[in-house]
Design a protein around this ligand. Structure first.
Ligand SMILES: [Zn+2]
Length: 169
């Protein structure tokens, strides 16, 4: 376990999330699930980076000057990648995203705030001419499939970009 996983582990063991206060009584089942989810939080991004790198794509990390601080940025293709945890970002239809049954008054508004923030960031990036790509945590568990999807997507964008570049000359 690396330093960051340990930190996440200790945060989640109190039932607290990264950006809010926890409800007072935390169901042991929930805290067990949160711990499992959060302990793996670092690896989806690392997996995504590894895939991009091995496919020959060049990128930068955590561009704070861009809306929503995308996790990975491919500057030449103007692609902003967000690697989203399925639980926090409520990946639709995903089994990792099942909301806890207890404390809906706490979770529902929290998920809504996160979703609203995601939408705002994507809208602002797109209005600045960026393509927004979301990679879900569950996809990173099947790296071969994710790699194929990313390559398809990025090669298409790279073709589009070279067409545009030629058009401008
Ligand atoms: Zn998912």
């Amino acid at each position: 376990m690396d330093e960051r996983s340990r930190t996440y582990g200790s945060i989640s063991s109190t039932g607290m999330s990264a950006d809010g206060a926890a409800p007072r009584a935390v169901d042991p089942e929930i805290s067990r699930r949160m711990r499992r989810i959060q302990a793996k939080n670092t690896s989806p991004e690392v997996t995504t980076r590894r895939i991009l790198h091995s496919s020959g794509f060049r990128f930068r990390l955590h561009r704070r000057d861009l809306p929503g601080t995308p996790d990975i940025v491919l500057p030449r293709l103007r692609v902003a990648v967000f690697v989203n945890g399925c639980f926090w970002h409520q990946h639709s239809g995903c089994r990792l995203a099942r909301p806890p049954k207890a404390n809906p008054g706490y979770w529902v508004p929290k998920f809504q705030r996160i979703a609203a923030r995601d939408r705002t960031a994507a809208d602002r990036l797109e209005s600045l001419g960026w393509h927004v790509l979301v990679v879900w945590e569950c996809e990173t568990r099947r790296p071969d499939q994710l790699s194929a999807r990313l390559s398809r997507c990025l090669y298409a964008l790279s073709k589009e970009r070279s067409r545009k570049d030629r058009g401008q000359q």
